[in-house]
Design a protein around this ligand. Sequence first.
Ligand SMILES: [Fe+2]
Ligand SMILES: [Fe+2]
Length: 389
Amino acid sequence: MDKAGVIPKVSQRLDEYFSASLDALPMEKVLPCPIFQYSSRLRRMIVWKSKGCVLGGEFLALFRDRGVYRFWVRKSDLEAFQMYFQAERHLEELELSGEQKQVRPYTESGDKIASLLLADGVDPRYKKGGAASEARKIVEQLTCPNSVEEQKPVTAKAREVVQDVLQGLNCEVATLASEIWKIAELEPELGHGVNVATYTVLFALAFGRIDPALLSDLALAGLLHDIGMSQIPYETASTSWMEHTPESREEYVHHVDFSVSLIRHLDPRISERVLRLVQQHHEKFDGTGYPQKLKGFKFESVAQILGMADLLDTVASGHWDGSAHPLRETFEILERLEKLRTFPEFFNPEIFEAVLKWIHHPDFLDAKKAAEKMIKQETAKLVKGVETR
Ligand SMILES: [Fe+2]
Ligand SMILES: [Fe+2]
């Protein structure tokens, strides 16, 4: 409590704090300002010790035993806190660790979805509806950019949203997915897995699938689905799909089985459902996929969502035809591919049509209508020209 018994409001903006190691805290000295802990469970910054407290070795040892190794200080208290340290060595350590351990604030959408999913006593229909409409909004935003360059920050934001949802789910598999996600983010070659996990979780949420265990499994399957690529020759793995020879294509398809075997040995917490999802990520609706050539409704609807997310990022990243595309253009390419056939090739038409509905925002519809009108006018002119010749 502060003066007059008023509890000071704790800012939840993580960029207003720096963190430091518990080992850097001097013992038996009066704290010149409050120090904080970030509770990932409550998703809140909370006051750990108030200004004026004296910290003893026993107290710190107790927290170290519970796995707490860091604390947070307001940047506005930096000067007072530096005085508290005195020793030069400590100061360097403090500033350095503050820089390195800076955590970005939660995204508004990620926070909203995670809070909805975890809310107690809320009607599940309301939870589903709220999470679905928030996720559809992100999917729609993902398809606004007109160029690959413009796409990058929008995709990065969507990745952050899904990462925040996972961190907020507070279950073991989601934590595992978050850990793998952080490693994958550091490695550009694993960016495909992160994108696929992002789109898969967003599509699932947008379809009203809100079970935390399912969402965690989908994220894991997205992150790990192509891990088996490491077991096939690099030239084969890096060749775009259109450029494969029949022989290299045959070699390429083995990555699915390799992925399943590797994941099976990775961590015992990974469920059979993740293995099934990975096994089915290249199956197609018309049964021409691989490796099992499963037809239509013979494979799981969530695996179809993962397959759609995978193809979306494959085409967008240029691994399909050799050139990268923004997502809006990618959806148009997929739409054209599906319309070339009388029977849908890749996707369950109900799933694909639903996703197309979410992304056909007014601008897109206007542009599409204008293009259709122009084509009609040009065709009419052409026909008239032929008739009058
Ligand atoms: Fe794959
Ligand atoms: Fe893939």
